[in-house]
Design a protein. Structure first.
Length: 233
């Protein structure tokens, strides 16, 4: 998670992201909103209202708008190693959250600081040898009973791999299948991880999306999320 690597794409991130997902027929806002909708629905079913939320690898703040709407009373912290990205997020949505820079290795918060941690398509940018350590850091700053939602691109979906190959800021990305992600989360102490596959139909077939709830265990969705709850000690 080299700061310079992310800084160089921060200004063009929105345009490059939009171009890379053009085949889906959707916008970056669609992908940001569906993730937060999934998180909010899962927590609502569990009767959980998070007081403090960590958006890990928040970048230019694409998730902050829908996150603020879904959790209007929560304190939200955007964390990223790119100062340039955080500056853009702060200017886009002033006063909506706290914006915190970190060194890409150690999260600068005390144990148990957050009820919810969220990472939106971040870990495929992180070198493999750093991933378990960062997952453990996320687990450390989660409160007992806190939830971690990690969204990632699914390398088994051909449209996803096409989008990544044609995106400049994904040049060094290494996609992670759900099986390997589950193993890395378990190695970090985040066991009993649930995997849900998402986004099976492009906008052209959006009328079929209500049926996606029956497909969540089929590993061909464009993305997936891993959900782990930190056990009470």
């Amino acid at each position: 998670m080299l700061e310079a690597e992310f800084d160089q794409f921060a200004r063009e991130y929105q345009e490059q992201h939009a171009a890379s997902i053009r085949l889906s027929g959707e916008t970056p806002d669609f992908f940001a909103k569906y993730k937060i909708d999934d998180v909010a629905a899962t927590l609502r079913r569990a009767g959980v209202k998070p007081r403090r939320i960590l958006d890990f690898g928040a970048g230019v703040g694409n998730s902050l708008g829908p996150m603020r709407k879904a959790f209007p009373d929560s304190q939200i912290v955007l964390l990223d190693p790119s100062r340039e990205s955080l500056d853009i997020a702060r200017k886009r949505l002033p006063g909506q959250a706290s914006f915190t820079h970190f060194d890409g290795k150690t999260i600068p918060f005390a144990d148990g600081s957050f009820d919810l941690a969220f990472a939106a398509c971040v870990f495929h940018h992180i070198p493999e040898d750093l991933q378990v350590g960062l997952l453990a850091e996320i687990g450390r700053v989660l409160a007992d009973g806190g939830s971690f939602f990690l969204f990632e691109h699914n390398p088994w979906n051909p449209l996803t791999t096409h989008a990544v190959r044609n995106c400049a800021f994904d040049e060094n990305a290494v996609l992670i299948n759900s099986r390997d992600m589950r193993k890395r989360m378990a190695a970090a102490g985040l066991s009993n991880t649930r995997i849900i596959y998402r986004i099976f139909f492009p906008r052209l077939l959006a009328r079929l999306r209500p049926f996606e709830r029956f497909l969540t265990k089929i590993p061909v969705g464009a993305q997936y999320f891993a959900h782990a709850v930190k056990p009470a000690v």
